[in-house]
Design a protein around this ligand. Structure first.
Ligand SMILES: [Zn+2]
Length: 243
């Protein structure tokens, strides 16, 4: 999303926010809806966009996708009425889905921290759905008992209830953190001066724009479903969270 976006991103400040008031800045059947304030996560870093609803004038507009362009465009469900420009709306995020995605995203950061700490492997890719996700690692050899060891270490870190914090640093400050260099070398385009950091205290620090739970206990029990060999030095770990 360009620096010229007119939408104030509420979810970056408070990932627990589910309802808020906003004003419609643009409303177009092709482009979508732009609000002055929005808590819809637009997608990124493997985390899919939020779903939710805009309530106004006794009707509702279901939001089924978010598109990033020069602005943050909320995509309405087919056939739903569009609020005219200037309308005051009540925005609401679909809580079950978002909360599951926050737990999943934090769980994948925890997995990344555990696998780097215990096996020295770096993440090369990720993807997630609510309560399930996968990380790809640069890992040549998988030792015997790897799957069980990773699962056990993940659940020990969940039980340890480490705090998870999001904050902003300058590019210079961010790159002074060794973990940032390990996880973000390809993720930070040259023009970005402020870096948002997600920090699982004592375990994992990443440059990340996603929404996260406040501590590792909120992730819940983790299961390692599968460790797949996807080619030389390329292992994919699939995890699921307890519902
Ligand atoms: Zn992330």
């Amino acid at each position: 999303m360009g620096a010229s976006s007119r939408t104030h991103r509420l979810e970056l400040i408070d990932s627990t926010l589910r309802e808020w008031d906003a004003t419609v800045l643009l409303s177009d059947p092709e482009q979508g809806i732009v609000l002055d304030r929005s808590a819809f996560y637009p997608g990124g870093g493997g985390q899919p966009p939020d779903h939710g609803v805009l309530l106004w004038g006794g009707v509702q507009t279901r939001i089924v996708d978010v598109r990033r362009g020069d602005d943050l465009y909320l995509v309405p469900a087919d056939g739903d009425p569009l609020p005219p420009v200037g309308t005051s709306v009540r925005g609401a995020i679909e809580d079950d889905r978002r909360t599951a995605l926050m737990r999943t995203h934090s769980g994948l950061h925890l997995l990344s921290g555990v696998v780097f700490r215990d096996f020295g492997a770096l993440v090369t890719g990720s993807n997630m759905d609510p309560l399930t996700g996968r990380l790809d690692f640069n890992l040549d050899e998988v030792p015997p008992g790897f799957k069980e060891a990773v699962e056990e270490a993940c659940n020990a870190e969940v039980a340890a209830d480490r705090g998870i914090q999001a904050y902003e640093l300058s590019r210079e400050e961010a790159f002074a953190i060794p973990d940032i260099i390990r996880t973000a070398t390809n993720l930070l385009p040259a023009g970005i001066e402020i870096v948002r950091i997600v920090d699982i205290q004592g375990l994992d620090v990443q440059a990340d724009g996603g929404t996260h739970v406040a501590s590792t206990q909120q992730i819940g029990a983790m299961r390692v479903l599968k460790v797949e060999n996807k080619g030389k030095g390329f292992r994919r770990i699939r995890v699921a969270l307890e519902d």
